[in-house]
Design a protein around this ligand. Structure first.
Ligand SMILES: Nc1ncnc2c1ncn2[C@@H]1O[C@H](COP(=O)(O)OP(=O)(O)OP(=O)(O)O)[C@@H](O)[C@H]1O
Length: 625
């Protein structure tokens, strides 16, 4: 369970890739990175690439100028006349060197400007997709894997890839520039460029791989380590850790893993050092061979001394650029594999967004919001959570009328919250329809009807905002309405609480920040109700166990608030405390996802079925208390 799927997905590929396999993938990766960079900023992309190319021209110019200078000076013993004769080339050399340095700085600046722009864009796209994707996606383990892969390394790799590609272009341009200069100076020297650079390049690539393979073998342990660290350093487990004196055990686990990590670090450092040493030895031998060949060429008169001197300078620069190029190819390939995770996630999320019934419906041309519905009908509605082999809700048919309260009751897991989620549009029925005054809402844009739905959710969300924002989140896109804020807080029993805060409505509700505070479970629930009530404009209000954490007084006040909607708005109330639902116009009893009884309290009690049994149990337990 602790395996990191996201990491492993491409590990095999990256570990075993041959250089040629990497090279074959390069064009598509270059295209991809270029497209990403261009989309983020055409101007900075063009500047970064353009300056690098011009810097390459300056490199060639500088090397040819070196050749000219050495040619003039070494043709015979140098005299002042020869130095003067070489001065135009010396000036050119100085200018080209300065230009190359300046262009390098400019290219670096352009690349650094580009990176945050690419990051900005990829982040924006990611959070747009993730907040637009239908809710059901979050119940799908395959989607969760893709999401994790994209988030863990994928998004970062998309950004890194752009930088890697610029590095690759820089190295390639420098190698090409040196090769062009050598071709002009003495073509026979070109192969030497590779001979000297390949061993160090190989060592650098192998070193990176060793680190990669080490990381890969340690990923399960690291995930466990992160989990144990989180369990020790976050406030949500801080209480339980101390209640159960679990600290020493967790610390022991942590220390064992940290020790193992240290050992693994030692291992990888040792093998990297050996690899580098081998690379240096071979490279040293190769350099010696190159100089040997140069000397031989000099001795045989194939190459004059002046050309050999220029060649030494060119080969020095060329070998650095060559090993940079090899490293860049490796990095582009590796980051390219992870960037593919992000692209894959984007495609899957976009596909899920596009597959929503309202987007495929032929009739989805109307834009105006629907009117507040007179009747909402569930027609033979079934729903199965993704990846499950049984329905959570099966064949439920039910009419919810404006002005009435419908209560949903039933045992744990009987499907009440699922019905509430279907009603509020979080999920689309697997089969059956939800009709608003006869219109199937699955086929129209949720923006046209969701404005009429307010929810007080069973799972109380502790938004770490100010009290005002926490309530206003119910309609965050609209300007704050002070009167409505006060009314919603009062109706939810949260007004005294908020006004009693040190900073009133501006009180930050997060104890992890300065002057922030935490609340009790019931206080959080009151705020959650206030949020739902603030959103509500007499459309459909779904209240799912809104009083589970409330004291008796607050519960009675909240039920009064809900009851006050009678005659003007539709209310769906889920509650295990049947005292709170006796006034409902109709009570729907669910059992294993099916609607088994429906009617007002008195009828259901008289019928002597499941509801009557539950009612009897609760009445008896109150009577004995
Ligand atoms: N996101 C989910 N993914 C998979 N199965 C789920 C999910 N949410 C709920 N279920 C399953 O669907 C069934 C109905 O759950 P639901 O939350 O609707 O029950 P409930 O009647 O509201 O229960 P409770 O009284 O405990 O709140 C249960 O078997 C539950 O395990």
């Amino acid at each position: 369970m602790l395996e990191d799927i996201a990491w492993y997905r491409h590990a095999e590929d990256a570990e075993t890739a041959s250089f040629w396999r990497m090279a074959r993938k390069l064009p598509s990766l270059l295209r991809q990175a270029f497209a990403t960079a261009w989309a983020a900023s055409p101007a900075w992309t063009a500047t970064a690439v353009g300056l690098n190319v011009v810097a390459g021209v300056a490199t060639t110019t500088a090397l040819l100028a070196v050749s000219d200078v050495t040619g003039t000076l070494f043709a015979a013993p140098p005299t002042w006349e020869r130095v003067l004769a070489a001065s135009p080339s010396l000036v050119l050399l100085a200018a080209a060197t300065a230009a190359r340095a300046g262009l390098g700085i400019g290219a670096g600046f352009a690349q650094q400007r580009l990176n945050p722009l690419v990051l900005n864009r990829t982040e924006r796209e990611f959070y747009q997709l993730i907040t637009d994707v239908p809710r059901a996606a979050f119940d799908d383990d395959a989607f969760a894997d893709r999401l994790k892969a994209a988030k863990d390394r994928g998004s970062r790799a998309v950004v890194d890839l752009v930088g890697d590609v610029v590095d690759l272009v820089t190295a390639a341009v420098t190698v090409a520039a040196v090769a062009v200069a050598l071709a002009v100076i003495e073509p026979v020297l070109i192969p030497m460029l590779f001979a000297a650079a390949l061993p160090t390049g190989w060592a650098a690539v192998r070193s990176a791989r060793l680190m990669y393979v080490s990381n890969r073998s340690r990923v399960s342990r690291r995930r466990r380590l992160w989990m144990v660290e989180f369990l020790m350093d976050n406030r949500w487990t801080a209480d339980d850790l101390r209640y159960h004196e679990a600290g020493p055990w967790l610390r022991g686990q942590h220390q064992a893993m940290v020790d193992a990590e240290t050992q693994a670090d030692f291992e990888v450092i040792r093998s990297q050092t050996v690899t580098r040493a081998v690379g240096q030895v071979i490279s040293g031998a190769a350099v010696a061979a190159v100089y040997g060949v140069l000397l031989w060429l000099l001795a045989t008169g194939t190459v004059p001394l002046a050309v050999a001197a220029a060649a030494v300078v060119a080969l020095g620069q060329g070998s650095v650029a060559m090993s940079n190029l090899l490293i860049a190819v490796n990095t582009v390939y590796e980051d390219g594999l992870y960037a593919a995770d992000r692209h894959e996630f984007d495609a899957i999320a976009a596909e899920r967004i596009a597959a929503q019934p309202h987007l495929t419906a032929l009739s989805a041309t109307e834009q105006d919001p629907l009117p507040v519905p007179e009747v909402i009908e569930l027609v033979d509605v079934s729903f199965r959570y993704p990846g499950k082999d049984a329905d959570a809700v099966t064949g439920v048919s039910l009419a919810i009328r404006r002005g009435e309260t419908t209560a949903l009751v039933g045992e744990n897991g009987s499907g009440k919250t699922t019905v509430a989620k279907l009603l509020s549009g979080l999920y689309t029925p697997t089969s059956g329809q939800i009709l608003w005054d006869g219109v199937d809402i699955a086929l129209i844009d949720p923006a046209r009807w969701r404005c009429h739905v307010a929810v007080i959710a069973q799972q109380v969300q502790r938004w770490p905002f100010t009290a005002e924002l926490s309530v206003r989140l119910g309609r965050s896109h609209a300007p704050a309405d002070r009167d409505r804020l006060v009314a919603a807080a009062r109706d939810a029993g949260a007004l005294d609480l908020i006004e009693g805060f040190e900073h009133g409505w501006n009180q930050l509700l997060d104890a992890e920040y300065r002057s922030g505070t935490d609340l009790s479970g019931g206080q959080w629930q009151r705020l959650s109700s206030a949020r739902g009530l603030y959103r509500d404009y007499d459309g459909l209000l779904v209240a799912d166990e809104p009083s589970a954490a409330l004291d008796a007084r607050a519960e009675a006040a909240l039920f009064d608030t809900l009851r006050a909607r009678a005659g003007r708005a539709a209310t769906v109330l889920i509650s295990h405390r049947l005292q709170g639902v006796v006034h409902a116009d109709q009570i729907a009893v669910l059992e294993e996802g099916k609607l088994i009884e429906l009617g007002p309290h008195t009828d259901l009690v008289a019928a002597g079925g499941a509801y009557a049994e539950l009612w009897g149990l609760q009445a008896r337990s109150y009577a004995t208390e």
